[in-house]
Ligand binder design. Sequence first.
Ligand SMILES: [Zn+2]
Length: 394
Amino acid sequence: MRTRELLERLVGFPTVSRDSNLPLIDWVRDYLDDRGVHSQLVTNAEGTKANLFACIGPEREGGIVLSGHTDVVPVDGQPWSSDPFRLSERDGRLYGRGTSDMKGFIAVTLALVPELVARRLERPVYLAFTYDEEVGCHGAAALIPQLRRVVPTPAAVIVGEPTNMRIATAHKGICFCRTVATGTEAHSSLVHRGVSAVMLAGELIAHIGELARRAAQHPVTIAGLEPPFTTLTANVIHGGTAFNILAGRCELEWEVRTVPGDHAVRYVEEIERRAAALVSEAQRTGRRCGIETTVIADVPALAPEEGSALALVRDALSTEEPQIAIPFATEAGQYQQAGWSTVVCGPGDIDQAHRADEYVPIAQLEQCERFLRKLIASHCSAREEAGSPARPAH
Ligand SMILES: [Zn+2]
């Protein structure tokens, strides 16, 4: 099957993160099975979603991992010109939800499978397709620790998020948290009898602001990383029932976007320390309240590295262009944290992603095909012309 046909099938599965991705995963597994490639599934706790992992070639060090997420963002309320879950072509572009982010890359990798199977690979090519990337990279968090146990260290992980086929070696990490403050309701005139959860949340927001101001004083020098410092923001708040009742409950959602080298956990700990101080202050005067913070997702930043992934990808793309930083978090930081050399490079543009009429230019899918073919031919294939026999698989 060609890339376009594969993309058509993939886009046809409405794998919005809130829904199951199993129909797509089952279809991909069957496609691989039919070509003699066995895949392993790693499901979530509820069994409603799965990561798929497959190895083509001998299981040995120095392989290449091609990584993509199978989930897409919702289309609700977006003014699409055509059915978002039906691929359509206009002006050299393929439109549909996920074409850029990032089923286009997955389609390219699947289209190459028959060639890879037919080739005598000296080093393995791995396919790693995940769930729930768009809602906090939960699939990769479940998959990568398992891979680390069974996969001999690869030379490169390529996360095919849309970079217009440029090489991205840096992005920020993202951590989002939900903090629930519980107060004690009372008439708002009787502040000595209760605690307003909204006021507690307000104190925490002020502290988040203070941490953000401090973080801004420590910029890093990584070209293209904007802004070049860790940011913290609180963006959702719900609480209270009336202006004259001390609020019994307030829920706050906030996030930290860390520069490479910085870690969200220290900000979470700072907020928890402040929360503990607020609670004990209220308790000293006999008033009851509580503050609980849950980390919903914590995805590490991707730090620039002069590793084997960068060298291999540069070579296969025949480019001397400087690598770029991207403004969004990906699974690349998770692979790098696992100790694997990782870059982000894929077809499409992040400006198209998450919007109505998302598309990928056909020319970029073709460029990605050429790139992966060259990468695999030069790095993973046996050099038959040199007369050296391929090492046996073991
Ligand atoms: Zn994506």
